[in-house]
Write a protein that binds this ligand. Structure first.
Ligand SMILES: Nc1ncnc2c1ncn2[C@@H]1O[C@H](COP(=O)(O)OP(=O)(O)OP(=O)(O)O)[C@@H](O)[C@H]1O
Length: 607
């Protein structure tokens, strides 16, 4: 439905999209386009020459009964065919290049634009959906440019050349053709449209069959417990029967196309024969002229048919091209931010009445008011869904607050460019994402100009060097896609080293040590916190053990900051904190207890 209403070539927006696409693609690739235009002209010329050469075959060889002329004519035909084949070959190589270069150019543009979108744009959308757009939009651009500048043009030029041959041979028959040809064309294209519609519906019916089947099988327990076997089977049978009916309809329509074309073509040729025999017998025309005309007529059918097909494909792809341009033209989120800098400020963090909602139905933070001093270590605690992650996401500028302001060193973070903010704020998350490459490469991602010494130092402090030493290539060991060759704890350590290299003003540890055992956590905390004395550090944590490293604790509940103070103070004054702390200690004890029992079991059984 969407396609039909939006792919009309006559709408101004579509024409504008075509113009823009052609201008953006043709100018940078002009050499390829000129080469391909030369090939297209050659293909058209050689095809017309081939049609025309049949006149020589009939008149010079057969009518004149001149065997020696046959060699010359044969060489001419071979030469023309060779020229046509060569031009087609070169043109099709150039087409692949044009198609790919245009597609890649736009795939890169779309991917880049995605990367610079707000994090909000990605919320709730699976990554494959974005990648599907990158591929689909890019290849649609390649197809449209190729269709309009190559396929379409080749066929138009060939058609013009063949019509030229027809008019040259017999203007009257050409006039008759001018009437008959569109008629044949209309009938056949009607049939093909029907086949297309039927095929579209076929895809939907195939979907119905799978849905009926998948639903029944994946919900087999429900099917059985409610005795729905027969009902499920009936749904499946109906879907299969509808599909069968549609397949027969497609077969009828498809099978009719070729015979219909042949019948109509036959009628035309029959009419030409009568006319031509009268012309040759009484008007002095040669049989060669008649043959050249018929050959040009027959050769013209294919390019004419391809032109309609090309136009259908162009219309289908233009929908995607328009969507893509609309996306690319969206203002860059960074454009609206100011030019401020955090270079010369101390890393205090101030939350001024900060509220945030993901959408109207899901408010996540309400009026958070807090002032964190430069160099302070602050834990953010609260039950699941309390708003901890949202709060630190706002500090990183992933989302702007719905109301209120966040200031770092007195500068509203909304007034500084995203890149500037990210340069000064480092996140170490629970799910560390590593890129394919070595341990060293991943640590170096922290800061582009980090020296080898700084990388080694960060690796030492985050306890990466310890396990790297056991590996054959040390820090140069590849980590595999997303660090698959490392354990969860090792990945976290690499994540911490990467963040340390960054030398940020604000560090955010989002459950960053959750996969580490107590001993490793303690070692890393000691090493990292010792040196980053100037940095302000926020810890989101559920672990009571982390609390010993912090100065103050923010207690979040239902999106509100309900208490903020040192541990001893909060134990006294905050019920919410006491209950959270006691729960966390209980959980840790239980985990230790379980671990202790298992350890005891092994010790008893292994002696
Ligand atoms: N992308 C999102 N879209 C809509 N609502 C969201 C989104 N992310 C979080 N929320 C909602 O915002 C509220 C706060 O979530 P948040 O992730 O900040 O909590 P949290 O304290 O970090 O929880 P946890 O400890 O489980 O990670 C929750 O009600 C959550 O459902």
């Amino acid at each position: 439905m969407k396609e039909e209403t939006r792919s009309d070539l006559s709408t101004p927006s579509t024409r504008q999209a075509i113009r823009r696409l052609l201008v953006e693609s043709v100018i940078p690739l002009r050499k390829l386009f000129i080469g391909s235009l030369i090939c297209m002209l050659a293909v058209a010329g050689f095809t017309a020459a081939l049609a025309w050469s049949t006149k020589l075959i009939v008149n010079e060889v057969f009518v004149a009964a001149n065997a020696s002329a046959a060699i010359g004519v044969a060489l001419l035909v071979i030469g023309v065919s060779l020229g046509k084949s060569l031009s087609q070959y070169v043109n099709s190589i150039l087409s692949v290049q044009i198609n790919r270069k245009v597609a890649i150019r736009y795939q890169k543009q779309v991917f880049r634009k995605f990367l610079f979108q707000n994090v909000q744009e990605f919320a709730g959308i699976a990554a494959p959906r974005h990648m599907a757009k990158v591929n689909l939009w890019g290849s649609a651009c390649g197809q449209v440019v190729l269709a309009l500048t190559n396929k379409f043009l080749t066929d138009i030029l060939t058609l013009i050349a063949l019509v030229g041959v027809m008019i040259w041979q017999d203007p009257v028959m050409s006039l008759v053709t001018a009437v008959l040809f569109p008629l044949i064309f209309f009938l056949v294209s009607n049939l093909t449209r029907r086949v297309r519609e039927l095929s579209k519906a076929q895809a939907e019916l195939a979907g119905n069959i799978s849905t009926a089947g998948i639903e029944a099988i994946s919900g087999i327990k429900t099917v059985k417990s409610y005795g729905l076997e027969e009902k499920s089977f009936a749904r499946f049978s109906d879907a299969v029967a509808a599909m069968e009916k549609r397949l027969y309809a497609i077969a009828r329509a498809t099978s009719a196309t070729v015979p219909l074309m042949e019948l109509l073509g036959g009628i035309c040729i029959g009419l030409f024969v009568i006319y031509a025999s009268w012309q040759t017998l009484s008007q002095g025309k040669t049989p060669g002229e008649f043959t050249a005309f018929i050959t040009a007529f027959l050769l013209a059918y294919q390019p004419a048919e391809r032109i309609t097909k090309t136009m259908v494909a162009v219309q289908r792809n233009l929908v995607h091209v328009e969507d893509m341009f609309a996306f690319l033209d969206q203002p860059d989120p960074n454009d609206s931010r100011g030019e401020g800098s955090l270079d010369d400020v101390a890393p205090s963090i101030t939350f001024e009445d900060v509220s945030f909602e993901y959408d109207a139905s899901s408010p996540a933070l309400h009026g958070v008011q807090a002032a964190i001093k430069p160099g302070e270590r602050v834990a953010i605690v609260g039950r699941s869904g309390a708003g901890k992650t949202t709060l630190v996401d706002l500090v990183q500028g992933f989302y702007p607050p719905t109301s209120g302001r966040i200031l770092i060193g007195g500068v509203d973070i909304n007034t500084i460019p995203e890149a500037e903010l990210r340069r000064h704020v480092a996140l170490i998350s629970q799910d560390v994402f590593l890129f394919e490459g070595s341990l060293r490469d991943n640590i170096a991602d922290g800061r582009a100009d980090a020296t080898p010494e700084e990388i080694t130092d960060a690796a030492d402090r985050a306890a990466v060097s310890g396990f790297a030493a056991q590996l054959e290539k040390g820090l140069d060991t590849p980590v595999g896609p997303n660090g698959t060759s490392l354990s969860g704890g090792q990945k976290q350590r690499v994540g911490i080293a990467r963040a340390l290299v960054k030398q940020a003003k604000v560090y955010i540890y989002d459950e960053a040590t959750s996969a580490l055992d107590g001993e490793n956590e303690r070692a890393i905390m000691k090493a990292t916190l010792g040196r980053e004395s100037d940095s302000t550090i926020l810890f989101i944590t559920h672990r009571p053990s982390t609390l010993e490293w912090v100065d103050r604790i923010m207690v979040m509940k239902d999106g509100k900051l309900v208490a903020f103070g040192a541990h001893e103070e909060l134990v006294e004054s905050s019920k919410a904190y006491r209950s959270l702390f006691n729960l966390a200690v209980e959980q840790q004890k239980k985990a230790k207890g379980r671990y202790g029992r298992i350890l005891g079991f092994f010790q008893r059984n292994t002696g």
